[in-house]
Ligand binder design. Structure first.
Ligand code: SF4
Length: 214
């Protein structure tokens, strides 16, 4: 199984062209779909347009929660582990009312993997903190509990994608995104100050332990 943060990931990507664009699976909300629990895109539209609209990139949007649970829906969060634990039956996904959404989340995740394989994606750019698409940081239990708690770990869809051999990056992995921009455009000068989500001061202050699978 791949790990969610892979420092050599970008170096190992091929150099894409307009004729053979990089095939990227994208969280539907990053593509601007109104697939969030409240029917919005969580304000994500446009966050990666400079990457996804390039002629040497082809984006494949998908929302695993919309696929399995529809819109609007209640909020799924993982209890007792992360997405890998859910995949192995060691943790469950519950909404804010205590309804068990584990099987639905697995159904959406399997559909996302099938979509990714069918479209031969080479990389996934997903929305962090989601119980489905998270790849670096997710909620520890229900996100509506006060205070909200966080854990290092992956969402359910990310776990199944990694298990299927598909690399996953978060939209908050700013350092890796800068390296990706350089890979897509040789003239791009990366911002050397940019940090990935697990290097961000907030993450370091809140979650000091290394990722459980690094
Ligand atoms: S499941 Fe993923 S694609 Fe769907 S709204 Fe949540 S973060 Fe976005």
């Amino acid at each position: 199984m791949l790990v969610p943060y892979h420092p050599r990931l970008i170096e190992e990507l091929r150099a894409p062209t307009a004729a053979a664009p990089l095939r990227v699976l994208v969280s539907g909300c990053i593509a601007g779909w109104g697939c969030g629990v409240d029917g919005t895109d969580y304000g994500m539209k446009g966050s990666l347009t400079d990457v996804l609209a390039r002629e040497n990139v082809r984006a494949f949007p998908f929302c695993p929660e919309q696929h399995a649970l529809g819109v609007p829906r209640s909020m799924p969060d993982i209890h007792g582990g992360d997405g890998v634990d859910v995949m192995h039956g060691r943790a469950r996904v519950l909404d804010e009312h205590g309804v068990d959404l584990t099987e639905k989340m697995l159904e959406g995740a399997r559909a996302m993997v099938a979509f990714a394989l069918e479209n031969r994606v080479e990389l996934a750019l997903l929305t962090d903190m989601s119980g489905a698409c998270g790849s670096q940081v997710i909620s520890l239990g229900c996100r509506f509990d006060k205070p909200r708690r966080f854990q290092k770990g992956v969402g359910v869809a990310t776990a199944l994608l990694l298990d299927a051999g598909i690399h996953v990056m978060s939209q908050r992995d700013f350092r890796s995104l800068e390296l990706l921009r350089k890979r897509l455009d040789a003239g791009h000068v990366p911002n050397i100050e940019a940090r990935d989500h697990h290097e961000h001061p907030w993450t370091l202050s809140q979650l000091s332990e290394p990722h459980p699978r690094q």
